[in-house]
Design a protein around this ligand. Structure first.
Ligand SMILES: Cc1cc2nc3c(=O)[nH]c(=O)nc-3n(C[C@H](O)[C@H](O)[C@H](O)COP(=O)(O)OP(=O)(O)OC[C@H]3O[C@@H](n4cnc5c(N)ncnc54)[C@H](O)[C@@H]3O)c2cc1C
Length: 394
């Protein structure tokens, strides 16, 4: 993809990622979708290629590259792995990002380094602490201090990698009187802490990402399991959310790229009325629309990525990027199914999967409506970054 944000090095990296994923991932996508999970060995393979922990510190096995390099990998992962595989890997990577930024030295040596090497699989269980919500519900996970330990009780919903992960980064309420500012982030060894799986969930899409509901019944963890400071989870998540939203936008872009690519190819093969269907102007325009929407999404996302890579605040831009990409990919994947005609509706044709995977993109990790709510709040209160364009109109 040609865009000013990418240097020659990024472009070369993209080519090598594409080559690798085409050979080592594409042939297995259907198998892993059917199995409902991806094999642990794939994390190790990705790690050997240097694709896990791209922007993580070198002393823990990362490559300490810039976020743009990591973004190149994520976009291609979205394209070749579409929803499910990309989701599993990205939740692993988001957990790494939290540990890299806020973990203790011991957590980095023990967990971060093993997650980067692919020995351990990580995930993030936040749900019930919805972005933007300031209400505490009775069902939210609570952690009560008991001497040098914490006892956790409650549930987490819809946890990707929840059944296959070695450790879970989980938010729990440690001070109910403070609302969201009374939540802490814990890193929990799933098996030894006896976190139980309530149910495995069947989903419309993202099928290769094993998704479960988890129960914490008197789960005892040492106070060393707190990531960073007690009661700081909300501030850590606020800082990390911008990158997480960009990650999710990149995955949507990847799925949309694949949808368009397959559609262009099919339109050159399928003949109707004596000519291939790419000669029908109505379909040409539909494909042009797909390309324009995709390009708009790329520009919004790369803008947010640029700011984050420069160490700038991108709260509005990353929310816009995720919101737009989540809607864009549904539209693009839907057009892909339409242009494939009857074949697009058949389970043997990959576009049906892109369409199912695309549907989750405007929900998971914050719905479009929640994101629009955040954007409008930023418009009212003004930006953290003084030179943001929209501030000029306030
Ligand atoms: C397949 C899948 C995997 C997931 N994996 C994970 C995971 O690994 N870890 C994790 O932590 N979470 C995970 N989630 C949770 C996901 O992030 C939430 O489902 C998502 O944030 C939406 O929250 P909700 O389901 O509670 O919807 P609700 O909040 O109940 O939303 C219902 C409706 O109300 C609207 N709404 C809600 N709040 C507002 C608002 N403030 N303003 C306007 N409209 C609003 C929504 O847009 C939506 O239309 C996963 C979800 C799915 C479907």
């Amino acid at each position: 993809m040609s865009h000013w944000i990418f240097t020659e090095e990024h472009k070369m990296f993209r080519k090598s990622v594409q080559k690798y994923l085409e050979k080592e991932l594409s042939p297995y996508v259907e198998e892993w979708e059917k199995a409902g999970r991806i094999p642990g060995s794939f994390y190790e393979q990705l790690s050997k290629m240097g694709y896990i922990g791209i922007s993580s510190p070198e002393e823990y096995g990362g490559n300490h590259a810039d976020l743009v390099t990591e973004a190149v990998f994520l976009e291609e992962l979205g394209k070749y792995g579409t929803g499910g595989i990309a989701a599993s890997i990205s939740y692993h990577l988001m957990s790494l990002a939290l540990l890299s930024s806020f973990g203790s030295e011991e957590q980095k040596r023990n967990d971060l380094s093993k997650a980067i090497s692919g020995e351990k699989i990580a995930t993030l269980a936040l749900h019930e602490l919805a972005v933007g919500s300031k209400e505490l519900k009775d069902t939210e996970l609570r952690a009560v201090q008991d001497g040098d330990d914490y006892l956790l009780n409650g549930k987490k919903k819809f946890v990707i990698n929840g059944g296959s992960s070695d450790f879970i980064c989980v938010t729990a309420i440690t001070d109910p009187s403070k609302g969201l500012d009374g939540t802490s982030l814990f890193i929990i060894d799933r098996e030894s802490s006896h976190v139980t799986i309530d149910r495995k969930i069947k989903k419309l899409g993202w099928r290769a990402s094993e998704t479960v509901d988890l129960s914490f019944n008197n789960v005892k963890v040492s106070k060393d399991a707190v990531v960073g400071e007690v009661n700081e989870a909300n501030s850590y998540l606020e800082k990390s959310t911008q990158w997480f939203q960009v990650i999710q936008a990149l995955l949507s872009i990847g799925v949309a790229e694949k949808s368009l690519e397959d559609t262009i190819r099919y339109s050159k093969e399928r003949k109707q009325f004596g000519k291939t269907i790419n000669h029908f102007q109505v379909l040409q325009h539909k494909m042009a629309d797909m390309a324009v929407e995709l390009e708009k999404s790329r520009n919004l996302t790369y803008r947010a990525l640029y700011l984050l890579n420069e160490g700038e605040d991108a709260a509005v831009e990353s929310a816009m990027a995720k919101a737009f990409a989540g809607e864009m990919v549904k539209q693009v994947a839907d057009s892909a199914v339409q242009i494939h005609g009857g074949m697009g509706y058949m389970m043997e044709t990959p576009v049906q999967r892109y369409w199912r995977d695309a549907r989750g993109m405007s929900i998971i990790g914050g719905t479009t409506e929640q994101l629009h709510g955040m954007i409008s709040k930023f418009l009212e209160t003004g930006p953290a970054r003084k030179d943001a364009e929209y501030s000029k109109s306030l």
